[in-house]
Design a protein around this ligand. Sequence first.
Ligand SMILES: *Cc1c(COP(=O)(O)O)cnc(C)c1O
Length: 431
Amino acid sequence: MNTFSRRAFLQTTRRAVTAGGVLGLGHPLLSFAAEPAPSPAEAGVAVDYYDKLGVTKIINAAGTYTALTASIMPPEVRRAVDRAALHPVRLKDLETAAGEYLAKRLQCEGALVSAGAASALTLGMAACVTVANRPQVGESIMDQIPTGVEPLKNEVIVQHAHRYEYDHALLNCGIRFVEVQTMSDYQAAFTPKTVMAHFFNAAEGGEISREEWIRVAHEHQVPCMNDAAADVPPISNLWNYTRMGFDLVCFSGGKGMRGPQNAGLLLGRKDLIAAATENNSPNSARVGRGMKVAKEQIVGMVAAVDWFLSQTDEGMEKEFRRRADTIADAVKGLPSVQCQVFVPPVANNVPHLLIRYDQQRIKIAPRAVAEELRSGTPSIELNPATGTNHASAGLPTDANTIVVGVWMLQEGEDKIVGERLRSALSKALQA
Ligand SMILES: *Cc1c(COP(=O)(O)O)cnc(C)c1O
């Protein structure tokens, strides 16, 4: 029974109890039948707007991809969001209380719920620009982000191998990147205009380690930020990087933590978190004004952290391996098929299933399998690394490999994915 039909059932039962006395005495069902049927709204049945709008629901065998709406909130998080939606509050009170609660639970000085990790990057950057320039420029520094920043202190040091698509989130603050490769480049890169040293936690290259990155930046009294957006589990990463010394750390709320899709965390030094907050909505003349975080998102993010901290790495890994095994069992017997469970090293650090086969024996390309699963019913999305010729996001894939992300599957979907994969591959078997 899904949540909604269960709720409807409970209400029906309650109605019967009220109308017919204690269940089992009198004739509760008879009494119920005498009442007019409740309207769907009265019965608490939600309208399915996906159906109403004609939007196809999918099985997510890919992972926490934003374009696939990433994760599904656990029931306790959904209920907390639902409840928060019932009452207005003073936003500042909620922001402050949520920040203090999260800082305590996540063992850091300060915390801010942002509108996602990309927003946390922008707000963290704005905080560093603010703190570096405020002594000379005054409070108006925040009004000047991004367009007035170029003549001010605005340099951000980054390793060449750490340049990535989320650079844009930092460039939104009017900064300039100063790229380095070697340690001596790095040491020589600090100038009076340096405001921050940025680190991409899951970068696949870069000579300088996290610890070295922090040590040198701190020798120059420059704060370091770490983008660890997709890097839980392990759960302990929520405090590992702030404890290591990063002044700011960003996480996506809607990936491994399964919070609202448009929520994230900025964790770190108290003064920087305060400056990030000043640069955020609801303040209107600020770079963060378009990154509004609603009360439902703030509460949802806090509830997701509570949920995530109630899990264990071992428990999650065991469940993901079970799903991978279920899917592997469905396709294993097919000629030339080999299955491997693979855990990427940093981002998406959970078991993924790799299915490899000989296209001389099974005459369909992995990308065509992905297309077949996409166009079938129910529609299934495989991991986008499927059939690609270069390793992606730490996954060792190639043109003969299907990649299945299992961690965002919902109950029973592992079986469906296994059956559909088996059927697509069997049909293409060389006679
Ligand atoms: C997903 C991701 C982001 C953006 O996260 P959102 O919560 O979607 O804003 C930023 N950086 C990295 C490395 C990511 O993987």
